[in-house]
Design a protein around this ligand. Structure first.
Ligand SMILES: [Zn+2]
Length: 218
């Protein structure tokens, strides 16, 4: 991005200047997207164009950007892969036993669905726990029909006795949101007390514990 910043700025200008619907402020043809739905009322393509003109296309270094996600150790995963980031957090929180990419057939008309992570049920109350990481790749939800289908599938899962946890990709950098999600997952897997401990001690969110430190603590 940095090396090709003038191209990035030019592309952004095209988006806001050439809206096919010639909208007054912002619409689905230019700025409005499922992922920024929370900010829709603030978006205005004309204001954006003014700012882009004003800021120009040069970048000046001011400071480093501190990491907000755990830094990977040698055997750990790159943090720029959201699924692997979530997986590392689950492991660190002691939420073991997940199966990645396990397909569940809901029959017609819903068809099959593949949660990013699946846990077998720990008791008769549930069929299992499905975790979906949304807002990226195949779960982008950009198109309304995809969004509707995903909603139907998750509703279908809940009706069949599955617990469903939906994590927005952007929430991976939001410790409070992740604590709430992990409380629900922990409650399903380990019970309320353990879930509260996971929620209140969010060390699983920070930097990964190194093996040797773990050994000396024990
Ligand atoms: Zn528009």
């Amino acid at each position: 991005m940095r090396d090709r910043w003038p191209e990035v700025v030019a592309a952004a200008k095209r988006v806001v200047a050439d809206c096919p619907s010639l909208c007054q402020s912002a619409c689905v043809d230019c700025l409005l997207h499922f992922r920024n739905s929370y900010y829709h009322r603030h978006l205005n393509r004309h204001t954006a164009l003014d700012r882009l003109e004003e800021w120009g296309e040069t970048l000046d270094f001011t400071h480093d950007i501190p990491p907000r996600l755990p830094t990977p150790t040698a055997e750990e995963v790159p943090v720029n892969d959201p699924e692997l980031t979530l997986r590392a957090m689950l492991v660190r929180a002691g939420l073991h036993g997940f199966q990645p990419q396990r397909s569940i057939d809901l029959g017609r008309p819903l068809g099959a669905t593949t949660p990013d992570f699946f846990y077998e049920p720990r008791n008769d109350a549930y069929e299992g726990l499905c975790i979906y990481l949304d807002g990226m790749g195949r779960h982008l939800h950009g198109r309304p029909e995809t969004r509707e289908r995903d909603r139907d599938i998750r509703e279908g899962l809940r009706n069949r006795g599955y617990e469903v946890v939906e994590i927005q990709f952007g929430q991976l950098t939001d410790p409070d949101a992740m604590r709430q999600h992990f409380f629900r997952i922990g409650r399903f897997l380990l019970g309320k007390d353990a879930a509260q401990r996971i929620r209140d001690d969010s060390s699983w969110y920070g930097a990964p514990v190194v093996e040797t430190e773990q050994a000396s603590e024990g």
